[in-house]
Design a protein around this ligand. Structure first.
Ligand code: MUC
Ligand code: MG
Length: 392
């Protein structure tokens, strides 16, 4: 073995505020910038592991804000991992699990950094640590969420002609359901025969509204309905999944292997959106995927709108799974950001995102950009929590 012993000597977490190329409107929040929590795990061998923990809209989407993630990492997680061998990912994460309840986004960032440094130490890409990739590239869709029908159609036309994306996810739920149906119908008509459509309601509807909306959306050719009901309404999801032919996907409702078990057992969805942030890392994502598949659910490669580090980490995990991804992935986060803090952004071409084959994640920090965008140095943008929810 090249490194007989290796110890973690520090774990740094950095808040990085990056502007988006346009407002991204979800049912309950409008994203104008993303705050990435970038992790730098350093070892006594001189190797560094990178990780990322990113959420959406401060505390309005999930229970961990970027500031909470940073505090969990700095105050509670870092002292535990110092001195441990980062290459034993299972041992480090088991120790964290003994002391830290929940906080899966923070754990996901750490677990990513452990995989990155392990891959670098062994000279192999992260997907190889996960058993090897089963594909060299994965279909990548685009999120249409400008809030304006004409702008969304223009954007769809642009990315179709650039051969970047041919699958589209339209964000709905912030307006009256009739307006959403009209909006989606117009886009469906504009791209008919050239692109596929999915919608994400981000828990915005009650069951009656969802039933009405899904019937109309199915009729205009939408192929996937994501998280139509509040995440706690499991029984409602079971009823919708059995009522409609169009595929129903669980996102917020399925984070852990236990959630996947419940949804598989009761058929609360046809598809599960995997996210390393929701599951708490790459290995837990593989567990969620295995249990989902055992329960007859198909897989989908979800995103928390991460930058390049989190996106590529997700891709290594998704590519190592059986390729039961009928709706592909939505790993478009880096394309929604105006800039990033890495030397090379992901390779998007021919409607897909390519899996890197370099040791570790295959991502390098751009030190100048990191220095420019880190919040503790520049404060060039307001923290996202300071933005008024629902306004542009
Ligand atoms: C979500 O709920 O899927 C991911 C892509 C996007 O447009 O929003 C996010 C969150
Ligand atoms: Mg979603």
């Amino acid at each position: 073995m090249k490194y007989a012993v290796m110890k973690i000597i520090s774990l740094e977490s950095i808040l990085v505020d990056l502007p988006t190329i346009r407002a991204h409107k979800l049912a309950r929040q409008t994203v104008m910038q993303q705050t990435l929590v970038v992790l730098r795990l350093r070892t006594d061998a001189g190797l560094e592991g990178l990780g990322e923990a990113t959420t959406i809209g401060g505390l309005s989407y999930g229970e961990e804000s970027p500031e909470i993630i940073k505090s969990a990492l700095d105050t509670y997680i870092s002292p535990i991992v110092i001195g441990m061998d980062p290459r034993n990912v299972n041992a480090v994460m088991a120790e964290i699990e003994r002391h830290v309840v929940g906080n899966r986004l923070a754990k996901s960032g750490l677990e990513t950094a452990l995989h990155d440094v392990s891959g670098k130490a062994l000279g192999v890409p992260v997907h190889q640590l996960l058993g090897g990739r089963q594909t060299a590239a994965m279909e990548c869709i685009w999120g249409l969420a400008s809030g304006d029908t004409a702008k969304d159609i223009e954007e769809a036309e642009r990315v179709l002609s650039q051969k970047l994306h041919r699958g589209f996810k339209i964000k709905v739920g912030s307006k009256a359901v009739e307006n959403d149906i009209e909006h989606v119908s117009k886009i469906a008509k504009a791209i008919a025969g050239r692109g596929t459509l999915r919608i994400d309601a981000n828990q915005a509807w009650d069951e009656l509204t969802a039933t009405r909306a899904i019937a109309a959306l199915e009729a205009v050719g939408v192929s996937l309905i994501e998280q139509p009901l509040p995440k706690a309404n499991h029984e409602g999801m079971v009823r919708l999944a059995s009522r409609f032919d169009v595929a129903i996907m669980a996102d917020e409702a399925v984070a852990t292997p236990q959630d996947a078990f419940m949804f598989g057992k009761h058929h609360g969805a046809d598809v599960v959106a995997l996210k390393i942030a929701k599951a708490g890392g790459l290995l837990p994502t593989k567990s969620v995927a295995a249990i989902s598949q055992a329960g007859g659910l198909a897989l989908y490669g979800g995103t928390m709108l991460e930058g390049t580090i989190g996106t590529i980490a997700s891709l290594h995990a998704f590519a190592s799974l059986p390729q039961n991804f009928p709706f592909g992935t939505e790993l478009f986060g880096p394309l929604l950001l105006k800039d990033d803090i890495v030397q090379q952004r992901p390779n998007y071409s021919n409607f897909a995102i390519a899996v890197p084959d370099r040791p570790g994640l295959g991502v390098d920090i751009d030190e100048e950009k990191l220095a420019h965008y880190r919040r503790d140095k520049t404060r060039s943008l307001k923290p996202v929590a300071a933005l008024k929810q629902g306004s542009a």
